[in-house]
Ligand binder design. Structure first.
Ligand code: ARG
Length: 569
């Protein structure tokens, strides 16, 4: 069933064509009204067409309205402001749409007409180092985008671009061979690897040895290759535990090392095509014709000593992904500090590989402590993701225990896991991702406000209505929208599809969290104003349907954020 904005867009565009002709018509640009006083949706597209034709926009809007056939969907449309058309959905239309959504597993969310192949590069921690809170954002945001796009029917390929190659391995191998503590390695592999790296890195006298070990690794020495592989395996085991806690999976974990064998040829090609040229012995890509990038340092693809760099690997990775998957888009989720890097890589790729897919760098800001500085432990080191999640579960357990002390500990722990991990994810996803945000336990665990526990609790509350309702008449499909709060809730439920579309279009999970928060507020208003269990049939069953749909949308919405619902709290 097409959604209201789709139907309205179609009708407005048709009317516009009949007024100004096919050539001059344009997109209807249907958007939700900012203030529901004026309507539910508005068409913004008339103004641009009027401007192009040198006509009065309000007069054009009047002519379009005269041709509009939307009586089934909307109350009579009105012209507003500089030439918008406002629409208010008819409650009979809303009721039909709700009935259709109730009967649909996908809750009325259609799959896209033209599925795209989208590669999402996210999480991508560096081996032998703990994943820190910076990687939490990439992991959570990337996973959410993958979930939403998949649900919409796109073909999504996720790739964890592990940092598993580089000069640090020279030091790690020296450390491994000479200073390794097997007991410590068993206890906390990444902690021990980190110690080894620091230990060697601090000692001037080991520099040359580290270089030599790196060269042997690069030349394929069997022993060094085995140590390198062991370091990756140990790191992956640790990362795997975190991914499991977060419920995140990947289609591929190729890692940077996967592209090693391609780097030489990539640099050759870049040279041949005139994109890269030598400068002070190094191979560089300059961006002389780019007004912004020409002011920056060039993108280095090979150092004077022959070594390849992060950027070289990214060029190879891009080419590989295009050759392999022919994607329509490639999305990279990293912190904002890599903006210049990706601008350069994208600019170079656009000249080198034609045509290139839509390349998007989805960057995010820093998580700050209450002091406004990047989040750190009391000791001043970056907060490790694993201990952050531990603390989240502990604090959530306290919240759950306060709320429901009568539940057995095991049950409370299960709930605390969903609430704690959910709170961390939700706090992150509900931010406008490009800005920094202050990490606050009390805020993210608050039972009131735009938080995971609040949403999870809203779900529990709706579920408990069913429990009390006993055997509901599931066969009732007639939806009655008599009370204003009822209609308001129903209209909001119907915005689920367009919300998911907006998340995918703008790569912004916070559209979904805001939507869910509004949904649960509208549900509260409905529940306060419209008795459910006490009302007479057929109102009672109709209201129960709305409850059920609300619960289903919350559950699906949280699922797309990577957050579990719970049945009691
Ligand atoms: N390993 C990098 C880091 O921790 C992120 C890699 C992102 N992906 C990429 N294709 N460069 O900063």
């Amino acid at each position: 069933m097409p959604s209201a904005p789709d139907i309205l867009a179609d009708a407005v565009e048709r009317a516009l064509r009949s007024v100004v002709g096919d050539e001059s018509a344009g997109a209807a640009m249907i958007r939700p009204c900012a203030d529901s006083k004026f309507g539910d949706y508005q068409a913004n597209g008339i103004m641009a067409v009027a401007k192009r034709l040198g006509q009065n926009p309000r007069a054009l809007a009047d002519k379009v309205i005269a041709q509009l056939r939307v009586a089934e969907v909307s109350e009579p449309p009105t012209v507003a402001g500089a030439g918008f058309i406002n629409f208010r959905l008819r409650s009979s239309f809303v009721a039909n749409q709700i009935a259709a959504a109730v009967a649909d597993d996908r809750l009325g969310v259609p799959t896209v007409a033209k599925p795209k192949t989208v590669v999402i590069d996210f999480s991508s921690p560096n081996v032998a180092k703990p994943m820190h809170v910076g990687h939490v954002r990439s992991t959570i945001i990337g996973d959410c985008l993958a979930r939403v796009m998949r649900f919409l029917g796109h073909h999504v390929i996720t790739d964890n671009h592990l940092g598993d190659w580089g000069t640090q391995f020279g030091m790690l191998i020296v450390g491994w061979k000479r200073f390794r503590n097997d007991g410590a390695l068993r206890q906390d592999a990444i902690g021990e690897l980190e110690r080894l790296y620091k230990y060697v890195n601090e000692r001037e006298e080991l520099r040359e040895d580290a270089k030599a070990e790196l060269v042997r690794l690069q030349q394929g020495d069997a022993e060094n290759r085995a140590i390198w592989q062991k370091i990756i395996d140990l790191s992956m085991q640790e990362f795997g535990k975190t991914y499991q806690r977060l419920g995140v999976t990947f289609d591929h974990t190729f890692g940077e090392s996967f592209y090693n064998a391609m780097l030489k040829e990539v640099v050759e090609e870049l040279k041949r095509s005139g994109l890269a040229r030598e400068s002070e012995g190094a191979m560089c890509i300059f961006f002389d014709d780019d007004p912004e990038l020409k002011k920056t340092a060039p993108l280095l693809v090979q150092k004077a000593d022959g070594a390849f760099l992060y950027g070289t690997t990214d060029m190879a990775t891009l080419k590989y992904r295009i050759d392999q998957w022919h994607p329509d888009a490639i999305i990279y989720v990293t912190d904002a500090r890599q903006q210049l890097h990706f601008k350069q890589v994208f600019a170079a790729a656009r000249k080198w590989l034609k045509p290139v897919p839509d390349l998007r760098h989805i960057y995010f800001g820093t998580i700050l402590g209450e002091n406004g500085k990047p989040l750190q432990t009391r000791e001043g080191t970056p907060v490790k993701l694993a201990s952050l999640l531990d603390e989240a579960e502990e604090r959530a357990l306290a919240v759950v225990t306060e709320k429901s002390p009568e539940l057995p500990l095991e049950t409370r722990q299960l709930i605390a896991r969903a609430v704690g991990i959910g709170a961390v994810k939700y706090a992150d996803l509900s931010q406008n991702r490009t800005t920094d945000y202050v990490f606050s336990w009390p805020k993210m665990l608050a039972m009131n406000g735009n938080t995971a526990p609040y949403m999870q609790y809203a779900y529990v509350r709706v579920q408990s209505i069913f429990r009390k309702a006993g055997a509901a008449k599931a066969d009732v499909t007639q939806v009655l929208l008599e009370h204003a709060a009822e209609l308001d809730l129903a209209k909001h439920i119907l915005r689920f599809p367009e919300t998911l579309q907006a998340v995918a279009d703008d790569d912004k999970p916070n559209w979904l969290t805001s939507y869910l928060y509004d949904l649960s507020n509208k549900f509260s208003a409905f529940y306060e104003n419209c008795p459910v269990l006490q009302s007479e049939e057929p109102t009672r069953s109709s209201r129960l349907l709305l409850c059920r749909l609300t619960a289903d949308v919350i559950k699906r919405g949280l699922n797309l954020l990577g957050i579990d619902v719970i049945e009691q709290m």
